[in-house]
Unconditional design. Sequence first.
Length: 244
Amino acid sequence: MFEFAPLNSDATMKGDIEEGTLYPGIGYGENQLRWGFIRKVYGILAAQMVLTTVVSSVTVLYRPVNDLLRGNSGLLLFLLFLPLVLLWPLYVYQQKHPLNLIFLGLFTSCISLTVGVSCANTDGKIVLEALILTSAVVSSLTAYTFWASKKGKDFSYLGPILFTSLIVLLLTGFIQMFFPLGSTSTAIYGGIGAIIFSGYIVYDTDNLIKRFTYDEYIWASVTLYLDILNLFLSILRMLRQGDS
């Protein structure tokens, strides 16, 4: 004879909460607020990706725009450095609406134009391969970071390691301007860059879950956007040199 114990609503609620808990020790109210913040950041990030896709597609498919950017090295150089300049007002006004969205739109558009030029100078098959690989890596690393955070793992220790690696990567890229590397070395350089920015995706996703304040939704989306875009460009460089 089997007896069925009555369901305990408190235990059920506790189980539901634990299933959506971001990391051990976080309160129910804090957990709900943090999930709302995460959804907001990923919503902004999705809008940035859509804008990048549209602007890059126009740059690739509309010949006059592509010819203008490729034929004018001064304009292309300006577009390369303008996002670095825009980072300052973007950080200062990240909590002032609508200035934060205006600067974010300008920042994303400038980067999208340079991405479009890179894609236009690459075989379409390689661009598609880089896009698929980037999507797979980003999805996998994001899912892993959320799972690891729920299990109590912390990735804050990656900060100094990644920053040092990024500085070395940038210096190597600067040296390449004067002493160009061969196709094999450039492919290796792209592979190392892909590893570094993969680490940054894990690190910044961990910060999104635990450390970014609720007012830093713009800056959080910018960091993840740059991680994903740099990962894509690194994979694109690696595949392009490997193909050649």
